[in-house]
Design a protein around this ligand. Sequence first.
Ligand code: PGA
Length: 231
Amino acid sequence: MKKLILANLKMYFNTKEEIDNYLKEVNIHKNNFIVFPSVIYLDKFLKQNFICGVQNISASQSGSYTGENSALSVKNLGASYAIIGHSEVRKNFKETDEIINQKIKQALQNKLIPILCVGESLDAYHQNQTKQIINMQISKALKDIDKEIIVSYEPVWAIGTGITPSNEEIDDIINYIKILFKYKVKVLYGGSVSDKNIQNLNNINSVDGFLIGKSATEPSSLKKIIEVARM
Ligand code: PGA
């Protein structure tokens, strides 16, 4: 089965030259992945018919929110998806589960598909609390929400570290997440997915796709990942 490939470019590209080069190199793959560039580059990708999302949205609808981007504004520009609750946003912006709940509501009201990121810290992993944490994150994030969303399981300790859980561990958590939903929810895996481990990770049947950071910023790695997970 073809898996979804999501490229979270984070804040890796900081010059016009870098982003233009990337656009040129990945252009031939644009029907095989969804790109989440920094909002300032969103229009560049949309103009070249990439399927796009944003890395974060405001919890509010409109008004005096300096530095924020509303769900309506990114939808209006042409984005289709919004990553919500990424562990870097949770940490750097002190984003709570209640704020995440507001953001998911904003996304759904404005017809953006929310990608809810959940995952445990290394301490919680060692204390065997992964399922408990994920259950709490999901139930708080989805309070009073019955519309469909996508979930991405991202252990905090696997993001940007080169370390991943075993396939058995990932499969166990993905299946656990799936039974928490009444509908056939899509669950992705994210955290150090690369051209080196994609062959192995792609064997996990329960995984519906991958949310990729660093490796997605390298066109040759992205190409390899697409070849394995999409062809
Ligand atoms: P990484 O990031 O692939 O660089 O580990 C994944 C993510 O943050 O979603």
